[in-house]
Ligand binder design. Structure first.
Ligand SMILES: Nc1ncnc2c1ncn2[C@@H]1O[C@H](COP(=O)(O)OP(=O)(O)OP(=O)(O)O)[C@@H](O)[C@H]1O
Ligand SMILES: [Mg+2]
Length: 412
């Protein structure tokens, strides 16, 4: 597609390859260290391999993947900050980019000067920037700091400035790379709301984040990069589930190599009365633990959806004997909506650290109602299933509407 035919707000990146060369300059310190290490790294490496990214105007697309998988590189290519080694790229309209916390922000300039400079780069007139300036300062809560040099800003303040500038200068395409991580909780929420507002106004959004809840709350579609290759591209819940499962399987594989004085030999999970665990019904976990000697531990079992921090955890002090120990745990009613989760386990001795490190131990598939999705821009910390009765109370004289407990309004 030629640049004059692409619609404003669209991105068409086809068969993008990117190779980074190993740096050729060898400062004295590196020369000395290379002699010490006696090992030379590869001369170059491919960090993006045959990546296709087609985004329609007004779409919001998440970009996920492990560290070093090529997300920032792809975003920099779309922003025109770096060129692909091979491939075709057409970008329609003005791009506002918060690439990395400090990228695009000049430390020697003040916040005010940076705002006008960035506006000029975007092709806006001085008057157009001036009309947005107060909003930018207010949103970033920068106050008097707007006239200080940016090199004296904290990382959070730099991010606030960068985000406010890129999100308020009305780009056709907004690129946001891992910006929220350095913001405080209140600002994160306002960033999500602002991104949602610009998307509602028709701006295209490409959002890179390791925070899956944030991606889920912002993006209808997600692209998963693994080692420079597109591993998944589709509706966010499906791609994130596949990504999480991949992460957990990797972590579980690593955990198999763990050796400690207490080991989990087996973990069997069943629904009580039915073979598959179901929302609101009982669940039973049977653990076979092996200990090198008698030990008193705090056994912890958690259920997670990807990361190591569980949705809920069950802990108990128990005395393990040398050899094998069977532990049975029952949960009266499973508080999780339908989905794929992971059971993590760990055994800890007070003051002595982990006897068995905290690790993913077995997948857990829950049958039952689907989770309720909050409105876009509202981030769900973790999924729990709550049945609720709803009643709409009208002005006096009107009949009340009510819905039965667990009725359609309480389920998605
Ligand atoms: N300027 C550069 N020169 C050489 N290699 C680079 C350069 N920038 C990035 N890389 C390499 O390219 C690969 C992809 O990096 P990139 O920053 O795109 O990853 P990422 O997915 O954004 O990771 P993270 O989640 O850690 O931000 C990495 O192996 C990185 O070392
Ligand atoms: Mg990155």
């Amino acid at each position: 597609m030629s640049p004059d035919r692409i619609a404003t707000g669209a991105v068409a990146a086809g068969q993008i390859w990117k190779r980074y060369r190993a740096d050729s300059s060898r400062p004295p310190l590196r020369q000395a260290i290379s002699r010490l290490v006696r090992r030379r790294g590869p001369q170059s490496r491919w960090v993006l391999r045959d990546v296709n990214l087609h985004v329609e105007p007004g779409e919001s697309v998440g970009l996920v993947g492990l560290n070093g998988s090529g997300k920032s590189t792809l975003l920099k290519i779309v922003a025109g900050v770096t060129f692909p080694t091979a491939g075709r790229l057409d970008v329609g309209g003005r791009v506002g980019a918060l690439l990395e916390v400090r990228a695009g922000i000049h430390p020697e300039l003040s916040g005010r000067e940076n705002t006008y400079f960035y506006g000029t780069v975007l092709g806006l007139s001085r008057r157009q920037v001036a009309s947005k300036f107060d909003e930018i300062v207010a949103f970033g809560e920068l106050g008097d700091a707007i006239d200080r040099q940016v090199k004296y800003y904290s990382s959070g303040m730099q991010m606030r400035l960068g985000f406010s500038i890129s999100a308020f200068l009305e780009p056709d395409i907004l690129l946001v790379d891992e910006a929220l991580a350095v913001g405080d909780v209140g600002f994160q929420q306002r960033c999500l709301e602002r991104m949602q507002t610009v998307v509602n106004q028709g701006t295209t959004l490409i959002f890179v984040s390791h925070d899956m809840a944030a991606v889920e709350s912002m993006c209808e579609r997600t692209l998963w990069l693994d080692d420079g290759v597109v591993c998944g591209d589709g509706p966010t819940p499906e791609v994130l589930t596949a990504y999480r499962v991949g992460l957990e399987e990797k972590a579980a594989l690593l955990a198999k190599m763990l050796q400690g004085p207490v080991r989990l030999r087996d973990l069997v999970i069943t629904g009580r009365g039915s073979p598959s665990p179901t929302t609101g019904e009982p669940l039973e976990l049977r653990l076979a633990l092996e200990a090198d000697g008698p030990v008193s531990v705090e056994l912890c079992i958690g259920v997670s959806e990807g990361p190591a921090n569980p949705i809920f955890a069950l802990t108990r002090d128990i005395q393990l004997q040398r050899g094998s120990n069977d532990v049975r745990v029952t949960v009266d009613n499973v508080p999780l909506p339908r989905g794929r989760y992971y059971v993590w386990t760990g055994a800890f001795a007070p003051g002595l650290g982990a006897k068995m490190p905290w690790h993913p131990s077995a997948p857990l598939d829950i049958a039952g109602p689907v989770r309720q999705a909050p409105p876009r821009g509202v981030m769900l910390l973790s999924p729990v299933h709550v049945t609720a009765g709803w009643e709409v109370v009208r002005a006096p004289g009107h009949v009340h509407d009510s819905l039965p407990l667990g009725g359609p309004a309480s389920r998605a």
